[in-house]
Design a protein around this ligand. Structure first.
Ligand code: ZN
Length: 309
């Protein structure tokens, strides 16, 4: 295929309280809120997008915060770990920061020769910080106390936990991924060409219970393509393999197609175009409540019943 998957575009997860989620990601982790909008399928809930300054693909973690949602559980058929790249040698800095903010973490460990730190967000979502050389980072967003020598530099890897990896491997190969490493039951996949594309780890855990969706779990992961022409090419290729894939859906900041891979994880393919500056200036991304056209007429009612931030 002439058009290629360029890497991880975004990860979308489920949270409970909106303000607690906002505070954790913008303050503890130092991400920028690049878009404050609503769930396009349920405009009574927020959809937050966090990323680097420009909200570049590969840095975007998004949340649907549903007040009072019951806690989910990690298990097979799910993206179970979301790894961020941080500069090598900064895990002690982050440990201290997490200590100061009562963030739950495990002591640093190593996989594939890289040191990493596991933390849980306030809803129990499992995140990892992995130390990598500076040239592997996507431009970090600088905030007071978190300059580019320590700040997050985009996704390092996403882990899918599966009963059996083989059918999922076939899908990853269709997207252009190749296996590059293995440790016990963890298989690491990478794309050629872009060292900042982000990795996909498959963990084969045949005995593990199925996941339960809910607070603190990943809803779906999205891969990047340049534009809609590339997206449609993948839509056709995936449909030819017998998968049910959605039509192209307009998400305002990108267009999307979705399908469920055979291991049970919801995959999306999203375009780099047009990006988050399409409906507000780059300098003030995330400040105003942005609504898709179909909800503009109900702006007042929608804004009035959204949770207080
Ligand atoms: Zn998405």
């Amino acid at each position: 295929m002439e058009n290629k998957i360029l890497g991880i575009h975004h990860v979308t997860a489920i949270a409970g309280n909106a303000k607690r989620n906002l505070d954790f990601y913008t303050q503890a982790l130092g991400m920028r809120l690049v878009k404050k909008t609503v769930n396009f399928d349920d405009p009574n809930t927020y959809h937050f997008y966090y990323g680097n300054y420009a909200g570049e693909p590969g840095t975007i973690l998004t949340f649907f915060p549903w007040e009072g949602i019951s806690q989910g559980r990690r298990g097979v058929g799910q993206a179970t770990e979301t790894g961020f790249a941080v500069p090598e040698g900064t895990l002690d800095f982050w440990l201290k920061r997490f200590d100061d903010r009562n963030v739950i973490y495990n002591k640093p460990a190593t996989k594939f020769g890289q040191e990493y730190l596991t933390i849980l967000d306030p809803d129990g979502l499992k995140l990892e910080l992995v130390g990598v050389p500076q040239d592997k980072l996507i431009t970090p967003y600088e905030t007071p106390g978190l300059d580019s020598n320590v700040a997050l530099g985009g996704f390092h890897h996403i882990t899918l936990t599966l009963t059996s990896i083989k059918p999922t491997v076939a899908v990853l190969e269709l997207l252009g991924y190749k296996q590059v490493a293995q440790e016990v039951n963890r298989y690491r996949f990478a794309l050629d060409g872009n060292p900042k594309a982000g990795l996909i780890d498959l963990v084969e855990a045949p005995g593990e219970a199925r996941h339960l969706s809910g607070g603190g779990t990943v809803h779906h992961i999205a891969f990047r393509v340049k534009n809609q022409a590339a997206q449609v090419e993948f839509q056709e290729a995936i449909a030819r393999k017998g998968f049910n894939i959605t039509p192209v859906l307009d998400r305002n900041y990108f267009t999307s197609i979705y399908f469920r891979e055979p291991g049970g994880v919801l995959f999306e393919i999203a375009t780099d175009e047009p990006g988050f500056a399409v409906d507000e200036p780059l300098e003030s991304l995330g400040e105003a409540l942005k609504l898709p056209q179909q909800y503009e007429a109900q702006r007042e009612q929608i804004a009035a019943q959204l949770p207080k931030l």
